[in-house]
Design a protein around this ligand. Structure first.
Ligand code: GCW
Length: 730
């Protein structure tokens, strides 16, 4: 009989319950910050000096103009001032205003002349500037558009929320990427694929009439970090989304988001013409099919004039696509692009494809498929490429597609949701992962050809550019299931706006706005967050291991799995452990995946001695006694060391968190503390299961002094989790 992992602990659980019943009773009336307000809490600034200063500086404010967006600016400012400064600040007439916000064209001429040189050129950019005007000090937030003014307003509020100086401001900023979207893998029945924070926040049943406050708060949070688009539904798309009934619901959401600069996009099913349109085919070259999509685009734009466009998963994991009709991805994408082009819409076509029939190693397939199509896509198509060549693993080298298609705009697809990183109970801050990827040099045009420059369009001079993050948001009161994971939504947005910012700096801002201003606590939490991803890599997939998780739900370890119908779904395909050693030989001696990278990366990754240790077993199959250069340990000992280190580091993080109790809100503290209890158990579970499993092949003992695994390998192998959250196909 398969047994649930947690039931083995039942007795200890009861014991704990009895011992803790007093604190538990107390906890039942624990009040505090439940996380709903995210990083837009606007709690009173505790320093009276600073508070006075801000009050003085912004004593009278004025927003020039009447658009919906400017109404939003007014509301947000008033709400924020009331919270931060404890009172409403008066709205002023121009002559007395000390804070003036408005589109450049709306500013009084003398003021406009004063600032216009410094306003960023892009539509979404903004300027915040302190100037002398009519003999007074005035703070101006201006931009080419109202949306720019909204972004500037949120930027100013961040300055206050993080207790920065506002004495002489000169902040000019514009986004480096045009399309900055969240991809929701939300189904119409509200199940979220790979979602661990409750149901979908979209209540399709009650739309279009019923508009939750949460929709507005979602828009506010996104606008505050510069996210300007949302793909509402799962890439495993339900064709119903394009039917008139659902389009009315989509329209209602688009109307809510528009003032916040957020466009709505939809995932579409390639066979929709057959499934909902009554056509006999969905062949992209068939005139009736092409007309069907054109009509559909027309209908959508009649309801949603600023509709963003389509996201498509085609010929991937059972989804239909142009390949079903003998057509290429380019032919499929271009048909949709042609339908959307008259209205300014775009197609985000996913490169996450790998086919059974090809018998090519999985990590190589997307490149093989798309590289030959370079130059064949319309210019309103973006290829959306996952950061790594396999699938959002805790660590992967970058996809070789970045830099390989000079004539096609590529956009990045990151995962924000924690499919492979511990669901919503592991504290993993993704800033360092995103930065590691963005700063990787592809060498596509010589040194300095970073992934960031590929996707921001600067390397090959593309007009379109973009980034998508698979959302970690759900209906949980705290949005992301774990308060610290709100930081991943936040850092995604901040880096989408400007990928040159540091992950640590962004974490620091987020902590101050969300958790605490206590300097020591901020420093400790920031340090913890910055280390957290590496810690998780260590207890899950150290040294370049990958895809060794449980089947289907992807919960917990499963390196032993070898029975799935496709080779490349099985963990054993990826780690290839045997008596001789461990790792996937993707060097020229093996499947030669390295050939898809540019020189000198290709040569570097071909040789274990020059391959970064973090990717060692991704590219090489190495003997158990291979010497690890940095530590001098054998490969076996290093592997074990990392698994144990990872688990020990989680324990240390949890202890560190406990120390911060009196610096934190009780409810926030308690939520994270409980999650750490689970994370500690699960880190040890990963460690023990993987070490025992690989030990069968290494035949070597655990290095001296290490705690014994808690159970046998057989025990771990028979655990089953039929109701693990977030599975596909629901
Ligand atoms: O990571 C895998 C997931 C699937 C997902 C797929 C994809 C939406 O396990 O759940 O489907 O990738 O990205 O299309």
């Amino acid at each position: 009989m398969k047994k649930n992992y947690r039931t083995g602990r039942r007795f200890t659980g009861y014991l704990l319950l009895v011992l803790l019943s007093f604190p538990l009773l107390a906890r039942s009336i624990l009040t505090g910050e439940d996380g709903y307000r995210l990083w837009l809490k606007y709690d009173p600034i505790s320093s009276p000096v600073l508070s006075d200063k801000y009050r003085h500086q912004f004593s009278h404010w004025q927003v020039l103009g009447e658009s919906q967006t400017l109404q939003v600016v007014r509301q947000e400012l008033d709400y924020a001032f009331r919270g931060l400064l404890g009172k409403s600040l008066p709205v002023a007439r121009s002559s007395e205003a000390s804070l003036i916000i408005g589109r450049l064209a709306n500013l009084p001429a003398p003021l406009r002349i004063e600032v216009e040189q410094s306003v960023p050129a892009s539509k979404e950019g903004y300027l915040i500037k302190t100037i002398r005007y009519r003999g007074k000090t005035v703070n101006v937030i201006t931009a080419k558009t109202d949306i720019g003014a909204l972004y500037g307003t949120f930027r100013l509020l961040r300055q206050l929320q993080t207790l920065q100086s506002v004495d002489t401001m000169h902040i000019a900023s514009e986004p480096k990427l045009k399309i900055r979207v969240l991809d929701h893998w939300d189904n119409l029945n509200r199940h979220v694929e790979r979602g661990y924070a409750g149901q979908s926040i979209w209540d399709w049943h009650k739309l279009p009439e019923y508009i939750y406050q949460r929709y507005y708060d979602y828009a506010r949070a996104n606008a505050s970090v510069g996210i300007n688009g949302t793909v509402l539904n799962n890439v495993n798309a339900d064709p119903l989304i394009l039917t008139p009934r659902y389009l009315d619901k989509v329209t209602a959401l688009a109307d809510v988001f528009r003032p916040y600069g957020i466009r709505v996009y939809l995932s579409v099913k390639f066979s929709a013409p057959q499934l909902t349109g009554g056509l006999k085919t969905s062949d992209p070259l068939d005139p009736a099919v092409r007309q069907w999509w054109k009509n559909k685009a027309r209908d959508i734009y009649q309801k949603i004039p600023d509709f963003g466009g389509f996201l498509v998963k085609a010929n991937s994991e059972g989804q239909p696509g142009p390949g079903d009709f003998g057509r290429t991805h380019a032919e499929g994408a271009n048909m949709l692009a042609d339908a959307l082009a008259p209205y300014g819409g775009i197609v985000m076509w996913r490169a996450f494809v790998y086919a059974n029939e090809k018998h090519e190693e999985r990590s190589k397939q997307a490149y093989s498929e798309f590289k030959p199509l370079d130059g064949q896509f319309r210019d309103n198509v973006l290829l959306q490429v996952k950061n790594g060549p396999v699938d959002f693993q805790p660590r992967e080298p970058v996809s070789p597609l970045f830099g390989a298609t000079p004539n096609t705009s590529l956009m990045m697809e990151f995962q924000i949701t924690m499919e492979y990183l511990g669901f919503s109970t592991h504290a993993v801050y993704l800033g360092p992962l995103y930065k590691e990827v963005l700063e990787t040099d592809t060498y596509a045009k010589g040194q300095g050809s970073t992934v960031a420059k590929v996707i921001d369009g600067s390397l090959f001079g593309h007009r379109l550019s973009g980034i998508a993050g698979v959302s970690d948001i759900g209906s949980d009161r705290n949005w992301t299931g774990h308060i610290l994971l709100q930081a991943n939504w936040y850092v995604f947005g901040r880096l989408a706006w400007d990928h040159t910012q540091s992950a640590a700096g962004i974490a620091g801002d987020w902590i101050k706005m969300t958790l605490t201003h206590d300097e020591q606590a901020v420093a400790a939490i920031e340090k913890m967050m910055m280390a957290s991803r590496e810690v998780t890599v260590n207890y899950m997939t150290p040294l370049g291991l990958h895809h060794i998780m449980g089947t289907g739900h992807h919960y917990g370890p499963g390196p032993w799995v070898d029975s799935l119908p496709r080779d490349d779904w099985n963990p054993v395909y990826y780690h290839k452990a045997d008596q001789a050693g461990i790792g996937f030989d993707r060097s020229p001696r093996g499947v030669n995946a390295v050939e898809q990278y540019f020189s000198p990366l290709r040569e570097q990754l071909s040789d274990p001695q020059t391959t970064p240790e973090k990717f060692l077993l991704w590219f090489h199959h190495l003997p158990w006694d291979y010497k690890i250069p940095s530590s001098g340990r054998t490969l076996w000992n290093e592997l074990v060391h990392r698994y144990y280190q990872g688990a020990a580091d989680v324990k240390a993080m949890a202890a560190q968190w406990d120390h911060l109790q009196d610096k934190l809100d009780p409810l926030q503290f308690e939520q994270v503390r409980m999650a750490f209890v689970i994370q500690q158990q699960e880190a040890e579970w990963w460690r023990d299961a993987c070490v025992l499993y690989f030990q069968q092949f290494s035949g070597q003992p655990l290095p001296d002094g290490l705690e014994k695994p808690h159970h046998t390998l057989a025990y771990y192998e028979q655990l089953s989790f039929p109701y693990a959250p977030g599975q596909g196909g629901k």
